[in-house]
Each structure stands twice: as structure tokens, then as C-alpha cells.
Design a protein around this ligand. Sequence first.
Ligand code: PLP
Length: 413
Amino acid sequence: MAVRINENYLKLRGSYLFAEIGRRVAAFKQRNPHARVISLGIGDVTRPLPRAVIESLHQAVDEMGRVETFKGYGPEQGYDFLIKRIIEYDYRSRGIELEEDEVFISDGSKCDTGNIQEIFGADNIVAVTDPVYPVYVDTNVMAGRAGNLDESGKYDRIVYLPCNAENNFIPELPKQRVDMIYLCYPNNPTGMTLPKSELKKWVDYARENKSIILYDAAYEAYIREEDVPHSIYEIEGAKEVAIEFRSFSKTAGFTGTRCAYTVVPKKVMGYTQRGEAVPLNRLWNRRQTTKFNGVSYIVQRGAAAIYTEEGQKQVRELIDYYMANAAIIRQGLLEMGFQVFGGINAPYIWLKIPEGMDSWTFFDKLLNEAHVVGTPGVGFGPSGEGYFRLTAFGSREDTREAIERLKAMKNFC
Ligand code: PLP
């Protein structure tokens, strides 16, 4: 006998995408040591934290240094000073009421969107939009819910909902019944959104089928247009069927500082094999209190500062900066004749690659001829083939220069 492993891990696709990008960029740099490579491939922010956040962090550090204000373990679910502000600024302001014990502070939406599947049955059928943020799929592979990988790059127990130019990136309701539906809007990688009327279809579907929607709104702060829902709870009935994830990462530059939250309304139910309804709030609370010891007091104080007048203004400036980059990229690509998606309510621009070229060939062409790095669409799922992602998270100078370099390229098609 020998110790056994969780063999589901062997079913994962290698962390192929970013490793392969890194490998190709490194090889290029070795061949061209003097070339200045600009990356518009990263999904990470580059601007510093807002001033209000920095000041609040400093204050909290000082509190930790005095015996009267020192803090040890905090509540696993987060401090109420932060939860109260989230409810007031992010929800009540949009007519949504939440109770304090429906909001769980965490150290990131990656962990939350990855961990949430633990509270669901192993036999549930999972649906994801395709292309997709890989965490949803991979964590279900690890849990044994995904089945086996086939030649087309799909797991045979996962239901893929293609999103492409043909359907204007609006996923169709699945033909078969599904249990757990991952939706991400504004979307990574496509940068597209779902109008309220479309989101309502999903909420209605979930209510009829006793399914659950796992709604990732990590890019909510980038929404600019009117009819785009900021929260799934703007849709009637969503509080019975949806869990929502939000993050301070892209909202306030917290990718390295780490703070996020998950909303689990008490009315959202899952079911036992015998058909008894169980509030998912209870299960998530139990999961978090058992496996998580809370986000540091200092970081939660930093996050709370974005809900001050100054903080709100600074966060808006931060997002305006990235969205001006997005507009430069969009406009430049349109002038070059590309079909372009996203970049209006999201920091991601998703472009259609000229016919006859696949997304890795396009990647190589941009790298070799313009020294610009993006992300091949196929890395986000089979329906991403034929597309390419650029991000607005670079500096203004690099963004402008990258677009100028692309414009100077010949023979795009
Ligand atoms: N959800 C989506 C769709 C993302 O693109 C990302 C980060 O790129 C995350 C979640 C992770 O966010 P966090 O930094 O809060 O873990």
C-alpha cells in the first residue's frame, strides 16, 4: 500500500497558457536582447493604491503597535465596519438590502470562486460560459465534478456555453438541466456584459430548475453603460438563487494587498438527496469559519477607506485611467479594421483575429513584429480560438506605443 493522491489533479490541463506565453517571450528576448517588449497581456493592475487607502493602512498599522488598539484574530467573516460600508455603498445605493451576515469578507475572489464548489454535491452538473476564467473549471476538475478531458479541450461532464461574435457573446440557456452556473460579468476575458433582460432569463431558469448561479462581478466597477446590471440582485428573485463575488483587486488596486467579498443571501437554498432545502449561507459560514481565519485588520481598514468621499473619488480616477487606455486600444484596433469587442464596460478588449490565422500564430506575429504581448483566446477555452485578449492595465505611454506599433505592422491579414 502507498499513500494515494487525488487523481482528479491529473486530469487538469497543465497551466499551459501563461507558462507558454512566458516561454515564448523569454525565447524572443534571448534572440532580440535590445527589443523593448510591451505587455498588454497581463490581468494585473499597475497603478498604486489610492491615497485614502494608504493613509488608512498606515493608521491601522499604528493601531496594531499599541496595546489599547492591538487586534488579534478578527471575525472570520470580516469586521462589521467594512461589511456595513459594503452594504451601504455597493448595494443599498442600488436599492438592494442585505443583512450583515450575508456578506463574507475574504482575501480574494479567486479563492472564493474556487472554494465555493466545496459546499455543493459531487454529482452536480456544472455549466460555464466558453471562453471562461479558468478557476471555475479547474476547481471543479479537482473536486471530480468535471469528468475527463476530450480532444476538443472540453471536460465531458461540464456544460460549455459558447460566447462568440455570432451570438454577440450572449450565452444560450442550456438544453439539459444544470445545477451550478458560473457567470462572470463584465466578463473576463471578452470584456462583454449581459443586459438585465438576459440576466433575468438566467435567474428565471435557476428558480425553475432549483439551480444556483455563481455570479462573479470582479469587474463591476468598470461598468459605464446604463442598462448593465451592477449586481445580480438587481434582478427580481435573484436573492433566492445567486451567490455574488466582488473584489477590491481591480476596483481599488488590491491585487497584491488582497481583499474581496462574497454575498450569500440567506434565502439561497441547496437541497439534500431527500429534497430538504438547506440555506447555503449556513454552509458557507461553516466552511469559512473552519478553514479561514479572516483577512488582516490592516487590510480591511485599507479596503474600508475606499468608501469615504475621498476614497470614492480616487477609485473613480483609477478606473478612469484604465478605461482611457481601453478606449485607446479599442479605437486603434477599429481604425486598423479589426472587429473589436469589450473595452466599454471592462478593462479587457477581445478582438477577432483575421480569418485563417489561429490565436497562437497571431500571438507570435505580434511578438515578433511589434514586440507586443497579448493573450491567445484559445487559452480561455475552445470558443476563444480565433480571438485575442488585450488588457487596459498597462501605463498610458505603453498602451499608446503598443497601438502605434500595431498600426505600423504590415500584412495583418
Ligand atoms: N474573477 C475574475 C473574473 C478575475 O478575472 C479575477 C482576476 O483576474 C479574479 C476573480 C480574482 O480576483 P482576486 O484578485 O480577488 O482573487
